[in-house]
Design a binder for this molecule. Structure first.
Ligand code: SAH
Length: 223
């Protein structure tokens, strides 16, 4: 990549944050700065580079998508991330949201059920030197017990069966979890859960969203 290309992309990201994110009311300056900094083009297939800062999701292979920039920013703001937090992302896909969160917290682990996507995301994070982030291959509906408890959990795929119990169990007291939940065939809603005490959770229903489904298990060959 040439210096000119790098400058052009960084300019595009500044505009993306201003027009698509800040203008829609995401005001957490740490989130906005991380989204200006992380090179989104690294997480998007080369044939989609023209559309890297487009106001929508883009395909990343295996029928999956990298989320719309605004939705990533909104979810990260709702997670109320602090520099000392340990974070889990379920459905890390391209690794983009994991990368952005790594700029905001102490450590982040992303879990992805597609082995190819997990390997590619892992290589991207390494190439950028984001060494407080890592990706594991597995079924995130059971969370990632090794790193628990987490101060924040981001679920980047829509849960059809309610919030997976394992994730609630891996949330620290005081921790926040953001998850898109399926309402019916056509509708999903963003939900925030706070663990307010050992056995007490507070649930808030937020706006409408559209995510690929959270699928249990590891894919069969060819999926
Ligand atoms: N944050 C990602 C979004 C990727 S889309 C990005 O910005 O690129 C959601 C991802 O969740 C897909 O890659 C899908 O394969 C993955 N996924 C779905 N169900 C899963 C599960 N049970 N465990 C882990 N990953 C899952």
């Amino acid at each position: 990549m040439t210096d000119d290309e790098r400058r052009a992309w960084s300019g595009e990201r500044v505009e993306m944050v201003r027009r698509q994110i800040a203008a829609r009311g995401v005001l957490d300056e740490r989130v906005l700065e991380a989204m200006r900094t992380v090179p989104r083009e690294v997480f998007v297939p080369e044939h989609e580079h023209e559309r890297v800062c487009m106001d929508g999701p883009l395909p990343i292979g295996h029928g999956q998508t990298i989320s719309q920039p605004y939705i990533v920013a909104l979810m990260l703001e709702l997670l109320e991330l602090k520099p000392s937090d340990r974070v889990l992302e379920v459905g890390s896909g391209s690794g983009y949201a994991t990368a952005v969160m790594s700029r905001l917290v102490r450590s982040v682990v992303g879990i992805e059920r597609h082995g190819d996507l997990a390997r590619e995301a892992s290589a991207r994070l390494a190439s950028l030197g984001y060494d407080t982030a890592r990706i594991v291959h597995g079924d995130g509906t059971t969370g990632w017990a090794e790193g628990a408890p987490y101060d924040a959990i981001l679920v980047s795929a829509a849960a059809g069966d309610g919030v997976p119990a394992a994730l609630l169990g891996q949330l620290a007291v005081g921790g926040r979890l953001i998850v898109p939940v399926v309402v019916d065939e056509k509708r999903q809603r963003l939900v925030r859960v706070r663990r307010v005490a050992g056995d007490q959770y507070k649930r808030e229903e937020l706006g409408a969203v559209s995510f690929v489904p959270l699928v249990e298990g590891i894919p069969e060959l060819g999926e």
